[in-house]
Design a protein around this ligand. Structure first.
Ligand SMILES: Cc1cc2nc3c(=O)[nH]c(=O)nc-3n(C[C@H](O)[C@H](O)[C@H](O)COP(=O)(O)OP(=O)(O)OC[C@H]3O[C@@H](n4cnc5c(N)ncnc54)[C@H](O)[C@@H]3O)c2cc1C
Ligand SMILES: NC(=O)c1ccc[n+]([C@@H]2O[C@H](COP(=O)([O-])OP(=O)(O)OC[C@H]3O[C@@H](n4cnc5c(N)ncnc54)[C@H](O)[C@@H]3O)[C@@H](O)[C@H]2O)c1
Length: 475
């Protein structure tokens, strides 16, 4: 076996691994990046991008249902050709994937080793016929769909996010197991494209903790989706059909989409050779601010650490891990304000601290609410449903979090995340202009509602919404 000496080994050329490489190559060219799978990143190949392409087509098609109400006739004749829709999704997906492959090859050049990596010890990594002695290791191996024991028996009738975007066609009846992010996004999109979807889950809307927002999401999405929640889900194969059931319901379907979470792809990686304790999942402890594993020169980033399996966090974590892999000593980084979006229609989103986190920290806070049933722009768009709750600390009036299910939730959540990050108060935010008629005005309504519930009952608003004039005003 040939042995080489390097300063850093990155395992995995996905979003986190590439981000780590971008940092490492600023300081040294003595590194390698090892990947044995398809290049192009999960996000582009079978994650963010194909799922959003499918959702976009499905939402466009769904509009035909409201066009007649607005006087546009004939839209009911539109049809969704599933093989053609899937081919369109793949075409768009391939564009993103091919670009990522080019970027990977351009950036990595000969440093890219195409082999399965294994950790031999904290300073040694194997890759096929090669062994690397290294000063540091970045683990960025991503995740795989979690499949509880037994579900693999479905064979070719089983889809996960790993294979669904490769399908040439889909059968007319599908059960989706799991009502988390993937289950909701794919379940609603496929249902809108005319596939008969039955959603089964033990619990719903795991990403949302505010009971009012959860209830609103459940009510709105439940209007168009067949949702079955409660006990454990089981199945039986009956010829070409599958019978899926929980305690109350049974559905006969042609295939199943398993969307029961993801688990770090760390099987057979050799983490036991690091010489540190591993938990029941086989995961070592790591520091969320340095990405360092125990006190070793080993860093773990992205979906591989099982902490925040979303794209921008994977990229941040890769960056931190890469920085620390070549630093004198590991530096602690402040992590970004929380932000997550589920691309259902309406969208479900969260910014800053969740309702549950605020409660568990014992913070005294007020909730500002907006009901989209009466929101002017939402009514014009014929999407007048949803709820937004924003949370402000009672003592300081500072915005600290928000949970929402509403039209354009992705944009509202970004504005809220910005405000929370900049430590803005309800009053600071009310100094902003809000154009009419926009969905952004919903934020103003929620802010006014919060102001009225603060200890001073919004009295500061009497000083004038814009506040006193600074020396060099922008107005
Ligand atoms: C259907 C779906 C939709 C999603 N939508 C969104 C979204 O809208 N927004 C969002 O923010 N996030 C979304 N995500 C999550 C997002 O895609 C992931 O968080 C992100 O892509 C993870 O990046 P990563 O670098 O950790 O993993 P990856 O990109 O999977 O990279 C891991 C790499 O490691 C390699 N590897 C694994 N083991 C080894 C080994 N032993 N040796 C060598 N190489 C190895 C693999 O081949 C792979 O290339 C979605 C995920 C899914 C499944
Ligand atoms: N818009 C986005 O940002 C986006 C989109 C898709 C995926 N993702 C990422 O991908 C990850 C994986 O998504 P996911 O939807 O698979 O996971 P998830 O954790 O969001 O949801 C898993 C769901 O499966 C249910 N479940 C688990 N075991 C079950 C069982 N045995 N029987 C029935 N139900 C069961 C859970 O109760 C939960 O509702 C997410 O954590 C998310 O970060 C993000």
């Amino acid at each position: 076996m040939e042995s080489k000496r390097v300063k850093a080994v990155i395992i995995g050329a996905g979003s986190a691994g590439l981000s780590a490489m971008r940092q490492i190559r600023k300081y040294t060219d003595e590194y390698v990046i090892i990947d044995n799978g398809k290049l192009g990143t999960k996000c582009a190949r079978n994650g963010c991008m194909p799922s959003k392409a499918l959702i976009s087509v499905a939402n466009g098609f769904h509009k035909r249902d409201i066009l007649a109400e607005a006087g546009i006739t004939g839209a009911d004749k539109a049809a969704a050709n599933i093989p053609q829709v899937l081919a369109h999704v793949r075409r768009l997906r391939d564009g993103f994937t091919n670009r990522m492959i080019e970027v990977t090859k351009e950036l990595a050049g000969e440093k890219l080793i195409r082999a399965k990596a294994g950790i031999v010890s904290p300073d040694t990594v194997s890759a096929g016929d090669l062994t690397f002695k290294t000063d540091s290791i970045v683990i960025a191996t991503g995740s795989r769909p979690r499949l509880p024991h037994g579900w693999e028996k479905l064979g070719s009738r089983l889809f996960t996010s790993d294979n669904i975007f490769e399908a040439e066609n889909l059968p007319p009846r599908i059960a989706v197991i799991g009502m988390g992010t993937i289950g909701l996004e794919l379940g609603q999109a496929l249902s809108r494209l005319g596939i008969e979807i039955s959603l089964f889950a033990r619990k719903s809307f795991g990403q949302i903790s505010d009971p009012e927002i959860k209830a609103a999401a459940f009510e709105i999405l439940g209007r168009e989706l067949n949702v079955n929640i409660g006990s454990d889900v089981s199945f039986d194969c009956d010829g070409d059909e599958v019978k899926v059931r929980n305690a109350d319901t049974e559905s006969t379907v042609d295939a199943v989409i398993a969307a029961m979470g993801v688990e770090p792809d760390i099987k057979d990686l050799g983490l036991e050779n690091l010489g540190v304790d591993l938990d029941s999942r086989g995961m070592p402890s790591f520091d969320f601010r340095t990405m360092q594993v125990a006190d070793l020169p080993v860093y773990i980033a992205g979906d591989a650490n099982g902490s925040r399996p979303i794209l921008h966090e994977a990229v941040d974590e890769g960056s931190i891990a890469g920085h620390n892999a070549v630093a004198e000593s590991p530096e602690k980084f402040c992590r970004r304000v929380g932000l997550s979006v589920i691309f259902t229609h309406p969208q479900i989103a969260k910014a800053g601290l969740s309702f549950k986190e605020i409660k568990s920290r014992g913070i005294s806070f007020v909730v500002g609410n907006e009901d989209f049933a009466d929101q002017a722009r939402a009514r014009l768009e014929m999407e007048a449903h949803g709820q937004m709750n924003i949370y402000a600390e009672s003592e300081t009036a500072r915005l600290i979090g928000a949970e929402l299910v509403c039209p354009d939730g992705e944009h509202l959540a970004h504005v809220l995340a910005l405000a929370i990050n900049e430590r803005k108060s309800v009053y600071d935010m009310l100094r902003m202009p809000f154009y009419h008629p926009t969905l952004a005005e919903s934020l103003r309504a929620a802010l006014l509602d919060a102001a009225g519930k603060l200890p001073d009952k919004g009295k500061k608003l009497n000083l004038g919404l814009c506040g006193s004039c600074p020396e060099k005003p922008l107005c």
